[in-house]
Write a protein that binds this ligand. Sequence first.
Ligand code: NAD
Ligand code: GLY
Length: 367
Amino acid sequence: MLELTLDLGPRTYPIKIAAGLLRSPELPAQIRGAQALVVTNQTIAPLYLDPVLKTLATAGIDADSLTLPDGEQHKTLATLKTIFDQLIARHHHRDTTLIALGGGVIGDLTGFAAACYQRGVRFIQLPTTLLAQVDSSVGGKTAVNHPHGKNLIGAFHQPAAVLIDPDTLATLPPREYAAGLAEVIKYGLIADADFFEWLEQNMPGLLTRHPPLIAHAIATSCHTKAQIVAADETEQNRRALLNLGHTFGHAIEAAQNYRHWLHGEAVAAGLVLAARLSTKLGHLSQTGDPIQRITHLLAQANLPTALPPEIPPTKILNHMHLDKKVQSGQLHLVLLKKIGQAFTTPNFDPQKLIETLQEPQPTKNLP
Ligand code: NAD
Ligand code: GLY
């Protein structure tokens, strides 16, 4: 088993990575009281709910479960209420533990329910998508969507543990797996040039889902995320680096009404745009052709590397200015100094941003 720690003083917690964790005593060992509620969805329940409930029952925990409909469109206050209704109907007390069994949607919903129920109860993340295993399950951001925007209502509420069972990736559709790889590549770009190089060498093996390679990719990604969150839990400064490519990506998703590309796919195109803008602004040297390396690695991972052609650049620009990263009317960009070193800045020539969005993009642009 690989084990990391997210160091947050009294809220420090382990991130454990091992095949078979869903079926191991490590899960009940993280529960303190006698009650638990496993929250999952209709896709994941037939695959993994029984083993989780059996693991808990074997340890003497009689857990309830709640199976929600699948999809981002259900990450709402209305769905949150169904979790509270179940907790209240089943008389869950303040020492209950919520268990999020699923991808980022289930993790964000369950985490927010845990943040609110009786002013905060314990919760455990059992992430089952690559994106959730390398990103959303770690760091305590929880939220639901509002009709006017994604993740607008939420809280920071750290899990008590993140238990990652990479075996669950065996059933993940290829497009969802690739979307997770975009976030993995992001960590190499932000903070770890050696990891980026390792990804260049090992992408073919990662695409075959070779277990030792997946375990290394998850552990390295979680290590970087844990270090950044430990330094800046509530995103006052350094945590914003995790948003590399995301301002462009969110704008693409919003311009498509969240209907076409997956989040990771939009982030992939955003990573290339962020690199191209960094070069245009004179921050990222062209020596060693970093843009070609980034584009090639993302394309190898079956990810888009340019804007969707049907969306006018002006529409992307408008959505970028509506992003959460706008502070006091000023758009803050995450840019690259080199592969392995990102930084944030509110200072940039807006004309260069427009040029970056408008210039011809000869690279692959459809998933
Ligand atoms: P998701 O939760 O919708 O899961 C993607 C799809 O895969 C769903 O249909 C799901 O049912 C299915 N699935 C999950 N695990 C599976 C498995 N093992 N086998 C087969 N199918 C499986 O999407 P996601 O990409 O995991 O997460 C996206 C969400 O995460 C968004 O709501 C985003 O806002 C949020 N997010 C949160 C953070 C954070 O820090 N909290 C970070 C990034 C993203
Ligand atoms: N996904 C960005 C963050 O956790 O801060």
